[in-house]
Write a protein that binds this ligand. Structure first.
Ligand SMILES: [Fe+2]
Ligand SMILES: [Fe+2]
Length: 269
């Protein structure tokens, strides 16, 4: 796994690694004492709605730790350098949300009430193939971008807006890495491997649809519309499917391809 003097020739990824180093920021970058313009009801709704993101930051840390040995074995040293900086980003995102929960004096939703989240994590971490893993992490980063964007809009001038804006800068780097890593490799893939990337996308969206159903009410209290968020995420993902050449043929829109999981309560009525 360890090479004594590996070649480093992917300049684009090395430049992203440099950006990752210079883009680091600590807790002093946020004025934690600044006011948030949110009511207790919004605060409570946000605490519950943020749960998948909070867990997702931890999944990202586990995922990066898992994929690094696979990439080293494959001789992808530049990617390993970049992901080492991304690991610190995800740790920071986790720590920020942890601090936010303490500050709000709120708890995340109990894990047993979000079974789809565990399914999502298991599906993402199941992969032993770096390319599939990077594709899954790209979808997760697109989700994070939509979510932090929504949080920013809830409290644009306050603490939430400040955290979200800094976090979104990190997410932009993560997407640039996924883009670079995938753009050269996907065109070489046989058809069945590309189809497996679409299967992964569909499995992740199934879990997210279930999550959106469970979080619909607290999200609405927080001023976030889960349907708009997921529909936007589907369009983002479709753009990447086309851009990366994963599928040449357009698939039906998400609501037709993936019937949404019935809302809690809706199933019994
Ligand atoms: Fe993150
Ligand atoms: Fe990320």
């Amino acid at each position: 796994m360890i090479q004594v003097h590996p070649e480093l020739h992917d300049d684009k990824i090395l430049r992203l690694f440099e950006k990752g180093i210079h883009g680091q920021w600590g807790e002093d970058a946020i004025a934690w004492g600044q006011a948030t313009d949110v009511t207790p009801r919004v605060r409570h709704g946000l605490a519950l709605t943020l749960t998948p993101v909070y867990l997702g930051e931890q999944t990202a840390m586990i995922g990066i730790a898992t994929v690094i040995p696979l990439l080293l074995r494959a001789g992808e040293t530049e990617a390993v350098l970049y992901l080492s900086s991304m690991q610190l980003d995800e740790a920071r995102h986790f720590r920020n949300l942890h601090r936010l929960y303490d500050l709000f004096e709120e708890d995340p939703m109990p894990a047993r009430r979000l079974p789809e989240m565990w399914r999502y994590h298991a599906r993402l971490l199941h992969s032993r193939e770096p390319l599939e893993w990077v594709w899954g992490i790209l979808i997760s980063d697109l989700f994070a971008r939509r979510f932090y964007g929504a949080i920013r809009d809830v409290d644009p001038q306050g603490l939430l807006g400040a955290i979200a804006r800094r976090t979104l800068q990190d997410e932009a780097r993560h997407q640039a890495f996924s883009d670079r890593f995938l753009e050269n490799r996907i065109p070489q893939l046989p058809e069945e491997r590309r189809a497996s990337l679409l299967d992964l996308r569909d499995d992740l969206f199934r879990s997210m649809d279930g999550l959106a159903g469970r979080l619909e009410v607290p999200a609405r209290d927080a001023g976030i519309d889960t349907t708009t968020l997921l529909d936007g995420l589907w369009l983002d993902t479709e753009r990447w499917v086309e851009r990366l050449g994963i599928s040449a043929t357009r698939r039906p829109a998400r609501p037709l391809a993936l019937p949404r999981t019935p809302r809690p309560g809706a199933a019994s009525s």
